[in-house]
Design a protein around this ligand. Structure first.
Ligand code: ADP
Length: 425
């Protein structure tokens, strides 16, 4: 490591090592340039001599298979080189997936559908990103499904979503999130409504598995499914449900032997269950930090980021024009249910919500469904609004929205437990 006169430092990395750094301070900026050799950030190759910029919240690792020299400027909170990385195991997983894909291509079959599972903060999303990047780098077009309603990497938290990956993730901004398929769930944990969560996951699996058949390249590339970090009790049952719904070919278990053994016992023997180590670089987040990153994701939805700022709109909607619903009615015992219905069905019922001041700060999902007679649970989401004001006297709400025009007359909105404090106005 050497220091140059611009306060920059040169880091010389041996083969199979990575430079890890974290930025926690507001307004801090770090610039990284690859001077020589080859390097990648979570599977995306760095372009030589290009200056990459990272800001607050960045927790990254720049890995090299061959060795490289990196120039780094700016103030970081943590920065070190590590030679202990699980990247070789991860690339072996990619190689195994490639064998499935080649076989699928030759026999016009569906490619591998794999689930990435593990407790919170073990690098599940990062492993998905690496595997997806490696896949597109060799010409594949996989689907990426994110079932983690707590973080919502593709859409916003409280929803599950799928996108087609056509090019490697941008080093600074991750995957392009164009044209996602998004289903509303409305809670930050599957425990908010377990019955609904399973129903939404089943629908997403059914639709995306079918869509695989529409495009030959995507069909053989398969799907990579990211899951929630809740792996005990009902959380575990949700994982088994997702594995069944997606007819998973393999499950990559990060870090937890117990989860690995439970899955070995409970999934059919033709599903490959693979235990993988977590990277020592993965940073554990406190409950507060997780909450903050949820807020940050929602803020980005409305306001964009420093590279691509968005300018959202605000408009008033009268209570009488607000067609607001919630999925899941309060539980009733089976004996009180209409004949032929189970108490469970109540959890998927679409019920009208009367606007009150308690709507303040809540996220409302704009559904493509036009009436509650349609399958609201299985209808794609058009976008999101946030209630920034409730005026009981005027009987109206102010909505923050990425769209300039007021809601379409038949707009159907779905209540979400998630809240966002809009401090920008
Ligand atoms: P999970 O999906 O299991 O919650 P993530 O993949 O989101 O975990 O990882 C948690 C954090 O750790 C992310 O901010 C990610 O950028 C960071 N991270 C992952 N791998 C590394 C690594 N090798 N070095 C440094 N930070 C890492």
């Amino acid at each position: 490591m050497s220091e140059d006169n611009n306060n920059g430092k040169e880091y010389i990395l041996d083969a199979d090592s990575e430079l890890r750094f974290e930025i926690e301070q507001k307004d801090a900026k770090v610039f990284v340039t690859l001077i020589s050799g080859f390097a990648e950030l979570f599977g995306t190759e760095l372009v030589k001599k290009k200056k990459y910029e990272f800001g607050i919240g960045a927790k990254v690792a720049i890995f090299t298979y061959q060795g490289c020299v990196l120039q780094v400027t700016g103030k970081m909170d943590v920065c070190y080189i590590s030679k202990e990385t699980p990247m070789i195991q991860y690339i072996n997983c990619h190689a195994a997936l490639e064998q499935f894909r080649t076989d699928a291509e030759e026999h016009d079959k569906r490619g591998p559908v794999i689930l990435v599972v593990g407790p919170m903060d073990v690098g599940k999303s990062t492993l998905c990103r690496i595997l997806l990047n490696y896949a597109v780098r060799v010409g594949r077009r996989p689907l990426y499904a994110d079932l983690d309603v707590g973080q919502g990497a593709i859409s916003i938290p409280g929803n599950i979503a799928t996108i087609l990956i056509e090019r490697p993730a941008s080093v600074e901004e991750g995957f392009a999130k164009t044209a996602p398929l998004v289903y509303h769930f409305g809670h930050k944990s599957p425990s908010g409504n377990s019955v609904l969560y399973n129903a939404v996951v089943s629908k997403m699996a059914e639709v995306t598995l079918q869509s695989l058949d529409a495009n030959k390249r995507t069909k053989s590339s398969g799907i990579i499914v990211n899951t929630c970090g809740w792996v005990k009790g009902y959380g575990y049952k949700h994982l088994l449900h997702a594995a069944r719904a997606y007819r998973a070919r393999a499950i990559f278990v990060l870090d937890q032997e117990r989860l690995y053994n439970d899955l070995l016992r409970d999934v059919p023997s033709n599903v490959h269950v693979v235990l993988l180590p977590k990277s020592g670089g993965v940073v554990e987040r406190t409950k507060e930090l997780r909450h903050e990153s949820r807020e940050q994701r929602i803020k980005e939805y409305f306001y964009g980021n420093m590279r691509t700022p968005f300018y959202p709109f605000s408009f008033e909607v009268k209570f009488q024009d607000l067609r607001l619903y919630k999925i899941g009615a309060p539980p009733l015992p089976d004996s009180c249910m209409p004949i032929g219905m189970k108490a469970e069905d109540n959890k998927k019922k679409v019920v009208a919500v009367t606007p009150t001041s308690s709507l303040l700060h809540h996220i409302l999902t704009l559904s493509f469904a036009e009436s509650t007679d349609e399958n609201v649970i299985g209808t794609n989401v058009a976008g999101f609004c946030c209630v920034t004001e409730v005026d009981m006297e005027r009987q109206s709400v102010m909505l923050l929205s990425p769209q300039p025009r007021p809601l379409p007359p038949n707009a159907l909105l779905l209540w979400s437990e998630l809240q966002f404090m809009d401090n920008h106005a």
